[in-house]
Design a protein around this ligand. Structure first.
Ligand code: IDP
Ligand code: MG
Length: 151
């Protein structure tokens, strides 16, 4: 079982695609274990994208991700990290396969709708960066019974 982080970027929020994006990932069978909606503080954006600090697009990337609210989700499932990466498609939506989130809804490399952790180490670090431990839920083994109780 794995956990991964996704961020629906400001373009996805502004275009009303939070629901459709989460719906695809939930529909795949991934379980939500954390959910948030926030305007990203600049320092947090800089930490999240620190690996790209020296890239020419770093400034516009941080400007973009802090420009309007984002939706964050922690998702859990077998192979969740690579399952989500393949569901979102290539970084440049112009090269993303049809059927992927970027391949169906985006065209611009900066405004590519969604971030997803790219490996076990980044998933762990990013989940810790964006969620406090008690903001992540552990589903019980008998989750069906749990859902029934909630209804
Ligand atoms: P990823 O989001 O598919 O993991 P990364 O290479 O980690 O892609 O890049 C992080 C983000 O930086 C991308 O999602 C995209 O928004 C932006 N980005 C990547 N390459 C470019 C570029 O060449 N020009 C502008 N923005 C870029
Ligand atoms: Mg990346």
């Amino acid at each position: 079982m794995e956990r991964t982080l996704i961020i629906v970027k400001p373009d996805g929020v502004q275009r009303g695609l939070v629901g459709p994006i989460l719906s695809r990932l939930e529909g795949r069978g991934l379980k939500l274990v954390g959910l948030k909606f926030l305007l990203v503080p600049r320092a947090l954006a800089e930490q999240h994208y620190a690996i790209h600090r020296d890239k020419p697009f770093y400034g516009e990337l941080v400007d973009f991700i802090t420009s309007a609210p984002v939706a964050l989700a922690a998702l859990e499932g077998p192979g969740a990290i690579s399952v989500v990466r393949s569901a979102i498609g290539s970084t440049n939506p112009a090269n993303a396969d049809p059927g992927t989130i970027r391949g169906d809804f985006a065209l611009d490399v900066l405004h590519n709708l969604i971030h997803a952790s790219d490996g076990p180490d980044t998933a762990q670090a990013e989940l810790a960066l964006w969620f406090k431990p008690d903001e992540l839920i552990s589903w019980p083994r008998d989750a069906d019974k749990w859902i029934a109780v909630q209804e």
